[in-house]
Design a protein. Structure first.
Length: 585
């Protein structure tokens, strides 16, 4: 009986597909109200049947097409459009099910009982700044047949400018909206060419702009200036979600030691060799760029009798998902270079762990969208993972992952947390962001509102520059005697401007950092000496630099020693909540 039902359903879908071609011309042909109503009626039937068909298929595997948390987010998005919002941003942690939310939004919009609000499928377009065919195929496969045509990644986006310009009473979805999202980048240029950076045009054409990302960066900041015309929706994790917070709680996200010594590499291999002793073999995705590190990995692979594979743009493993669906004969390293970042879902059942090199400059977006994020998903534990001690352990930038979770849990407001990435940085409530495609300077005829931003100079101070004798510089360069020599300097009869202030600072706030840029032509000398001296002479506030996370929100100071001109350049900061704490030497 079940198979007979699917047979009949397939015939009905094929029949209504013929009428869909007519639906795709509603905005072009002059149709009577009766004809238009008939087309929308058949569209509603077709979409409803496709939705039911997919629901029934997934139910056989005990899965849902759209989960309750995704439906809740979808109805929140729809409610914003009902209340005259034109831009809605969906923020979804990696793997929470953004495509399920999109699917529900589209289903509701294309089956809406009101003909005036019902969107014709031809007026739904999905774009991305990603230049990734895997993303394209993955998104198409997750959509209903009615929604799978107008999906474009970056390299083909410009070819479809005319189609996007034809949208009337429709929806433009931008997936991974943080990628190529700059004001002068590809996505913005296409919006400009289609007049969708003109708010009056957006309203006149009734275009619903729907942006989606786990890490929207500048888009999430710029959208605040849209005021009542835009909104942000968070897709909250459901009960099946296994994401960053669970992995952190189980201590399965750990800070990656650099593979700059063979000892560190060997320690990493030994951990997994012991963890999976006596159980099935595992895959281990590894992302490093340093050739010496890769050489050490290969030596360790040989020592521990592991296999190694490459999966990157130069050496792609065909059907890698099928390969990873089965346990390997030996533990296997997969070197991935720049593969497996945003959007990619991995076959994770036989993965034992991963490694991602921690960058010198922290990047919360990159860390969250990279290797560890690929293992966040909705699922029930099975196989070896039923045992918590056999679940994968991921090594990467743990601090950035923690910052991301804090940002999401505090409403995705960059003023509430410190966040560092390429396009946006926030510290102590002050946000600095590069203008995105939705920045008010890129949107015509939008009555923007002023967005409060905290004073970036709140904890800055005008630097102090002291002229000293050469022997003082030499004494302070000796680290083990530095504190003694500094106290001797404080007890001297130096009468330079600022010395009394310096004496007070140092007696209240303990030593944080000394350094001595040597090359007068180097960038280090410029920003640590020249720029500091200029700020001092101009009586201008200047921020401390090169600070570790430990000291960023503490009252402290640092000294740069100018050996060429015998000067001490002192930067300092005072936080009201830490007015006189003592930092360890």
């Amino acid at each position: 009986m079940k198979y007979y039902f699917y047979f009949i359903l397939k015939i009905l879908i094929n029949q209504t597909a013929k009428l869909s071609k007519l639906a795709n011309t509603i905005t072009i042909l002059k149709m009577t109200t009766r004809e238009s109503t008939l087309v929308l009626k058949h569209q509603r039937e077709r979409v409803a049947m496709e939705y039911l068909h997919e629901e029934e298929n997934l139910a056989q595997d005990g899965k849902l097409l759209v989960y309750p948390n995704q439906k809740n987010a979808a109805f929140e998005v729809l409610n914003h459009y009902e209340n005259n919002k034109y831009l809605v941003l969906l923020v979804a942690q990696p793997g929470t099910g953004k495509t399920g939310t999109v699917l529900e939004v589209l289903k509701q919009q294309t089956t809406h009982i009101d003909d005036e609000k019902c969107i014709v499928t031809k007026d739904i377009h999905v774009i991305s700044g990603m230049n990734d065919k895997d993303w394209l195929h993955q998104f198409q496969n997750k959509m209903l047949p009615s929604f799978s045509e107008n999906i474009y990644h970056r390299s083909i986006l410009k070819k479809h400018t005319n189609h996007i310009a034809d949208i009337r009473n429709g929806m433009l979805i931008t997936d991974e909206c943080h990628i190529a999202s700059g004001k002068s980048m590809t996505v913005s240029n296409v919006l400009r060419e289609t007049s969708l950076t003109n708010f009056n045009v957006v309203k006149a054409r009734k275009v619903r702009l729907f942006d989606i990302s786990a890490t929207p960066e500048s888009v999430a900041w710029d959208i605040k200036a849209w005021g009542e015309h835009a909104a942000v929706v968070r897709l909250l994790p459901g009960p099946l979600y296994k994401g960053f917070e669970i992995m952190l709680a189980e201590e399965r996200i750990r800070e990656a030691k650099p593979f700059d010594t063979y000892e560190n590499v060997r320690e990493w291999f030994e951990l997994f060799q012991n963890r999976y002793n006596g159980v099935g073999k595992k895959y281990f995705p590894v992302r490093v760029s340093n050739l010496e590190w890769i050489a050490r990995i290969r030596i360790a692979s040989s020592e521990f009798d592991w296999d190694e594979k490459r999966h990157d743009s130069e050496s792609r493993i065909e059907e890698i998902d099928k390969m990873m669906a089965h346990a390997p004969a030996k533990h296997t390293i997969i070197l991935i270079k720049e593969f497996w970042r945003a959007s990619k879902r991995l076959v994770r059942l036989h993965v034992g762990g991963s490694y991602e090199q921690v960058p010198i400059t922290r990047n919360v977006t990159t860390a969250s969208q990279s290797t560890i994020g690929r293992f966040c998903d909705n699922f029930e534990y099975e196989g070896d993972e039923l045992n918590p001690d056999l679940r994968p352990v991921h090594f990467g930038d743990k601090k950035s992952i923690e910052d991301y979770i804090e940002w999401f849990n505090k409403g995705c407001d960059f003023r509430e947390v410190d966040y560092s990435s390429t396009r946006i940085k926030s510290f102590n409530g002050n946000v600095k962001a590069q203008a995105s495609k939705v920045h008010i300077s890129n949107i015509k005829n939008l009555d923007a509102i002023a967005v409060p931003n905290f004073d970036p100079n709140l904890h800055k101070r005008v630097p102090i520059v002291l002229q000293v004798m050469p022997e003082i510089i030499n004494q302070l360069k000796i680290k083990k005697d530095r504190w003694i020599n500094l106290k001797n300097l404080l007890s001297s009869e130096l009468h330079e401007d600022g010395f009394e202030e310096f004496r007070e600072i140092i007696t209240r706030y303990r030593y944080f950092q000394f350094s001595a840029p040597r090359d007068i032509t180097s960038r280090s000398y410029k920003i640590h000496i020249t720029d500091v001296v200029n700020a001092y002479e101009e009586n201008r506030k200047y921020a401390m630099m090169d600070m570790t996370e430990e000291y960023k929100k503490l009252s402290c100071w640092q000294v740069y020693m100018d050996e060429h001109n015998n000067r001490l350049c002192i930067l300092w900061q005072v936080f009201p909540e830490h007015p006189a704490e003592e930092l360890e030497n």
